[in-house]
Design a protein around this ligand. Structure first.
Ligand SMILES: Cc1ncc(COP(=O)(O)O)c(C=O)c1O
Length: 404
């Protein structure tokens, strides 16, 4: 078989990420390559830092994009702050808290894991109890937006708790940045990381991070160098923070950064508040449609993320078959459940450029048809009226338009 150029099939991306990438971002990524120490590129990197400060709502000097995906941002924050023997309190209410605990252990630290049920927010009382039991804890880390379940935790309260107990607050904002408020300075976050491919609507592969002066001081006071050379922020800072005197650390992913720059310019043009409101609007329509189809949401309303909707798979429906049908017949990607939720939920993303009326209505119509093919004839008798999902979503949009 002759291998030819790869031409990806057309897709509607409504999984847990990546989300749709706007053509403006793709066009930016098709521009000519220049050197990564070229003064024009250095200026563009400085602008990326400035735009990220805006997106994170912070004045933190150390704000930049790690040249690797969200997991590398997670690892960068944790391996720079944790030294062998340190204790970290890690909240785990889904897949990604568990990953943080694993990184802490591999860095020679002790992870005190505070568990909450999957599908629920982190319980601040449990974190408070762990901080009282471990006054030596150097940091508290939690996932603001748990992509594996769709639960949103109370970041302001959790960061305040860490601070009261003299611990640093580390926040996973991979799925939250750009979709819901992420207020780094107001909350007193010490280290935060995100991903380019979710609500920022860029291609995957970059991880925006931001660290407070407290976190920078903790890194400067380390007794041992960071075990990872590539992720050692003392070295990376010479590159991102060096301005005109930038020294070589690694070759920046030049086109990925063109893309992130454009995606952040687009977010800036839309306005953060407008982007948050857009995510709420389309989530409300999607939820109304899903519920009209007889489906139920996993996460209680007060803890629900607008950009990641975990929906219970109805009894007797083969969840994988539905996803395959959606992909084959509609080019529509939605996510499967992870870990203990595998086979039990679908995860429908409404992130960034995938968060609009076209995606909501297209998904509801396609999902209704796909579920109908899977239901046992007996169950079809009790199923919602055909078209109920789309009609309910339209009614949600109309109610919003009438109120505004
Ligand atoms: C909450 C959360 N943290 C971390 C990650 C890891 O990011 P990446 O897959 O870009 O490495 C993800 C990815 O989905 C995520 O959703």
């Amino acid at each position: 078989m002759a291998i030819r150029s790869f031409d990806p099939p057309p897709r509607m991306l409504m999984g847990p990420g990546p989300s749709a990438v706007p053509s403006r971002v793709l066009q930016a990524m098709a521009r000519p390559c220049i050197g990564h120490l070229d003064p024009a590129f250095v200026t563009m990197m400085d602008e990326v830092g400035e735009l990220l400060r805006g997106a994170f709502r912070t004045a933190n000097r150390l704000t930049m994009a790690v040249s690797a995906p969200g997991s590398a941002g997670m690892e960068t924050c944790l391996v720079n702050l944790i030294e062998p023997g340190d204790v970290a309190i890690i909240a785990r209410n889904g897949v990604f808290g568990g990953r943080m605990a694993e990184i802490v252990r591999r860095a020679g630290g002790t992870a005190v894991v505070v568990d909450d049920p999957w599908g629920r927010a982190v319980d601040p009382d449990k974190v408070r109890a762990a901080l009282r039991e471990h006054p030596e804890a150097k940091l508290v880390a939690f996932v603001h937006a748990e992509t594996s379940t769709g639960a949103q935790s109370d970041a302001a309260t959790l960061c305040a708790l860490a601070r009261e107990h003299g611990a640093l607050a580390v926040v996973d904002a991979v799925t939250s940045l750009g979709g819901v408020p992420v207020l780094v300075d107001e909350w007193g976050v010490d280290a935060i990381y995100s991903g380019s491919q979710k609500c920022l609507s860029c291609t995957p592969g970059l991880s925006p991070i931001s660290l407070s002066e407290r976190a920078v001081a903790a890194i400067a006071a380390r007794k041992q160098p960071v075990q990872s050379w590539f992720l050692d922020l003392q070295l990376v800072m010479g590159y991102w923070g060096g301005g005109a005197k930038r020294s070589y650390h690694h070759t920046a992913p030049i086109h990925a950064l063109y893309g992130l720059h454009e995606a952040l310019v687009m977010l800036h043009e839309e306005g953060l508040e407008a982007a948050w409101a857009r995510h709420r609007l389309h989530h409300a329509a999607l939820r109304a449609g899903l519920e009209a189809m007889g489906l139920t949401m996993l996460v209680p309303e007060a803890e629900r993320l607008p950009q990641l909707n975990a929906v219970r798979v109805p009894e007797g429906v083969d969840e994988a078959a539905v996803r395959q049908l959606l992909l084959r017949d509609h080019g529509l990607e939605i996510g499967a459940g992870l870990g203990e939720l595998a086979g039990k939920v679908w995860r429908i993303g409404l992130m960034g450029h995938s968060c609009d009326t076209r995606h909501v209505l297209g998904c509801l119509a396609a999902l209704e048809g796909a579920i109908a093919t899977q239901r046992a004839p007996a169950a079809t008798a009790g199923a919602a009226t055909a078209g109920a999902g789309v009609a309910a979503a339209r009614a949600s949009y109309a109610a919003h338009a009438a109120a505004s």
